[in-house]
Design a protein around this ligand. Structure first.
Ligand code: PLP
Length: 377
């Protein structure tokens, strides 16, 4: 018998209460019963997104909401500023390029956070930039960008601020309205304690004005169509009914815990993870680490892919390796969503065994003790 555990930055573990809600018979979506469920789920999302605006629900993975953000915010020929420095920042650039936009990249070395002054300088240099695309928590490098500072800069300009919050929602504070973020996108399979398949988008008044003006082709992800339906407690297309049933329960769980407590839990889990890997003599990769995921440099002489493989095949634990050019150079342990201290301790114990098996000198328990010290404080 082997027990499997997800400690990867998506998909993540799903609480039993949520699994049970999703196992119930599928209800028809053009019914008062669905409309009541949908209305409750949307109220919960407004709480989570810290917004008075509508949060749109889409049946898609996170990338669908990202593409939706692009086609609803932009028009052909628009110049857009994209913070790169990781696979997901690069994805924003790829989507914009696919739609024929003119991308002005802000290049950041992997593992580094953008200096908000770089954004300010780029916006001063080109006052015609239509939108700025940011990844709040860059899952591929484990970096948390300083969104509050970036938002304060972009708000002073006519440019829209579009944010991938897929691993920052329900992890770190992101007061959408207070910071004046124009488009926030999220996805179900990260900290929202759900399987993959739902994506979210929340637009400010400026965001909605842009959606009215936008002239890129759009159909499935036309946010105006979706908004009109949601105002009637309906969706434009067939919704992911079972996922929405789960979403309602997941939001109830988060609300019972409280937003500040949710953020504090993630911070603590990440602190313990960082303390543990550091105590094992390993080096953190991110200079401004995200509480969602801890990226660790693969030590000299150890096969990075083997760390991920042995953890999965021998110990039943899925973590993530590096993506693209980071493959084999880093590994990433998520502390995301339905996770507690014992997930971290289990993961660290298994990591110690794995490193030992791969010939890296560890004293079993060094990482665990460092993590326990954090939890005991
Ligand atoms: C997971 C993730 C995505 C979305 O990827 P999908 O596979 O389309 O759900 C986008 N951005 C970030 C930062 C992510 O972590």
């Amino acid at each position: 018998m082997k027990k499997f555990r997800l400690l990867a930055p998506g998909p993540t573990e799903v609480p039993p209460e949520v699994l049970l809600a999703m196992a119930r018979p599928v209800i028809h979506h053009r019914t008062p019963e669905f409309e009541a469920l949908f209305a409750e789920a949307r109220r919960g999302l407004q709480w989570l997104f810290q917004t008075q605006r509508e949060v749109l629900l889409l049946a898609a993975s996170g990338t669908g909401a990202m593409e939706g953000a692009v086609v609803n915010a932009c028009s052909p020929g628009d110049r857009v500023l994209v913070i790169r420095g990781g696979k997901f920042g690069e994805r924003w650039a790829e989507i914009c390029l696919a739609h024929g936009l003119s991308v002005i990249p802000v290049e950041i070395s992997y593992g580094k956070a953008v200096d908000p002054r770089q954004v300010a300088a780029a916006l001063r240099k080109d006052t015609g930039i239509a939108a700025v695309f940011v990844t709040h928590s860059e899952t591929s490098t484990g970096v948390l960008h300083d969104l509050e500072a970036i938002a304060a800069i972009v708000r002073q300009t006519p440019a829209l601020l579009v944010v991938d919050a897929i691993t920052s929602l329900a992890v770190v504070d992101l007061p959408t309205d207070a910071w004046g973020v124009d488009v926030v996108v999220g996805a179900s399979q990260k900290a929202m304690m759900l399987p993959p398949g739902l994506a979210f988008a929340c637009l400010s008044d400026r965001g909605w004005a842009a959606a009215e003006r936008a002239r890129l082709p759009r159909y499935y992800f036309n946010f105006l169509t979706e908004q009109k339906s949601q105002a009637q407690h309906q969706t434009a297309w067939t919704p992911a009914v079972s996922l929405i049933a789960g979403l309602k329960v997941a939001l109830d769980l988060l609300q019972a815990e409280g937003l500040a407590a949710v953020f504090a839990r993630h911070e603590r889990l990440a602190q313990a993870t960082r303390a543990a890997v550091t105590a094992l003599g390993l080096t953190l990769f991110a200079e401004r680490p995200s509480p969602a995921v801890t990226a660790v440099k693969v030590p000299e002489g150890v096969d990075g892919d083997a760390i991920v493989r042995v953890l999965r095949d021998t110990h039943g634990i899925s973590i993530a390796g590096g993506q693209g050019s980071m493959k084999g150079k880093i590994f990433r342990i998520a502390t995301l969503g339905y996770a507690d201290a014992y997930d971290v301790l289990t993961g660290i114990a298994a990591l110690e065994f794995t490193l030992a098996e791969l010939g890296y000198p560890v004293r079993l328990g060094d990482g665990l003790r460092a993590a326990q010290d954090v939890f005991q404080k």
